[in-house]
Design a binder for this molecule. Structure first.
Ligand code: ADP
Ligand code: ASP
Ligand code: MG
Length: 402
């Protein structure tokens, strides 16, 4: 039996916590399983490294940023391996490169192209507990890359897939996946099981308990995935294929994404091709545009609004300046968040969206942008209403009740 375990930032947030994780890993090892353990940087470290880079530059070179950021996970992997050795268990720590994780060269959000498991398999055969620094790989030229924020989840799932592991356990600081962030709504309910699709939607819309790309990959590779707490032995949440036994909830959860910013382009020419030009320019720089609103044009001019990740706002604005000229009217607002209602059961019901709008209206919260799909409703609201909006929606759909 082979298990991939991943421990997140808070779980390895201090030397005492790393020691506790070592004990937990040893307990699994004593059960006779082969273990690959993926670790995050100690909590706060990645943000701290980003701040350090920004002391020198608002737009640090992504390649150097990746070299910097990938160091956080290496520290933890080495420390955990040292702790395991000291406790009498053979262990070896691998960086992303030594773990054979090859990615493209899109620094700070690289995609995994292939995994060469030679080193890991050899180490496992020699009875080692293999500890892998999460969140990172190397590109063709040998430069360190990182996999996007929260990317250690992806490292774990990708390794579980490549190694054909029997299980991938994501250890974090909450007991599993809840109907919404339990730190925002204490009445949130823990789910025993959730489908890949619903989890993917929640994660893509901001529920950071699992990184969205890790869920996508888990679904694709059919990786058995479970999230649970590293602070207790409670049963976690199983993420798996949809089956008949699963509760077909109308709404399964509420997600909040604070990493949102809005750009508004005023008075742009209302002619064919202009949207293509704008969004091609952004796509060429790998900026993920999310919601888009174009007003009905008037006198040959129109307004176009869209959202991007907050950390890409500056870059997006610069690209628009270059494309539209110095005199273009470009407004930005980073004090916005996206709240979303998610549920596969929504497909076959009407009136789900109006309930969301009404519950926010009742709290006096103005909705800046709306986008819907078959299984979600997303709304942009002022950042100061973020938590209130989440709680209002959670209540409106009675998610605290089973
Ligand atoms: P780790 O460092 O272990 O990767 P993260 O901070 O990335 O942990 O993710 C865990 C956090 O996700 C929790 O502390 C919780 O605040 C947040 N979270 C957001 N939405 C949810 C949800 N629906 N269920 C559980 N946790 C959630
Ligand atoms: N340390 C990285 C981050 O904070 C990756 C991770 O924790 O998964 O985003
Ligand atoms: Mg995480």
């Amino acid at each position: 039996m082979l298990i991939v375990q991943k421990y997140g930032g808070t779980s390895v947030g201090s030397l005492e916590r790393i020691q506790a994780v070592a004990q937990r890993v040893i307990a699994s090892k004593k059960d006779g399983v082969k273990l690959v353990v993926v670790v995050s940087a100690m909590s706060g470290v990645t943000n701290d490294l980003i701040d350090k880079a920004q002391y020198f530059s608002k737009n640090p070179s992504p390649r150097e940023l990746d070299l910097l950021l990938s160091s956080g996970e290496r520290v933890t992997s080495a420390l955990l391996s040292i702790a395991l050795n000291e406790a009498g268990f053979k262990s070896i720590a691998f960086s992303g490169r030594l773990a054979g994780i090859y990615t493209d060269s899109v620094h700070t959000k690289a995609r995994i192209n292939k995994i060469d498991t030679t080193n890991i398999n050899k180490a496992l055969d020699e009875d080692n507990i293999v500890v892998v620094a999460g969140f990172q790989g190397i590109d063709e030229k040998g430069f360190a890359t990182t996999l996007g924020r929260g990317g250690s989840d992806l490292s774990a799932v990708a390794l579980a897939g490549a190694l054909k592991a029997d299980l991938c356990e994501i250890y974090t600081d909450v007991d599993g996946v809840y109907t919404t962030d339990p730190r925002i709504e204490p009445k949130a309910r823990k789910l025993d099981v959730i489908s890949y699709d619903e989890m993917l939607e929640l994660a893509s819309l901001g529920a950071k308990v699992l990184q969205n790309r890790s869920v996508e990959l888990a679904k694709k590779l059919n990786v058995r995935l479970v999230t649970r707490s590293s602070f207790n032995t409670n049963e976690g949440t199983i993420i798996s294929k949809e089956d008949d036994k699963m509760e077909q909830a109308l709404v399964s959860g509420i997600a909040l994404d604070k990493n949102q910013a809005r750009l508004t382009l005023r008075n742009i020419e209302d002619k064919p091709g202009i949207a293509a030009e704008i969004f091609t320019a952004l796509a060429n720089e790998n900026i993920n545009v999310d919601m888009i609103i174009q007003n009905v044009g008037r006198d040959g001019a129109t307004n176009l609004g869209f959202t991007v990740p907050e950390n890409e706002l500056e870059l997006a604005k610069n690209i628009m300046r270059k494309l539209l000229g110095e005199n273009a009217l470009i407004e930005t607002d980073s004090e916005v968040v996206k709240v979303s209602v998610v549920g596969v059961g929504m497909k076959s019901h009407s009136g789900v969206a109006s309930k969301a709008f009404k519950s926010l209206a009742d709290e006096g919260i103005n909705i800046g942008m709306i986008s819907t799909s078959e299984i979600k409703i997303s709304m942009i609201v002022d950042e100061k209403y973020a938590e209130l909006a989440v709680r209002a929606l959670h209540k409106a759909y009675e998610l605290d009740k089973k």
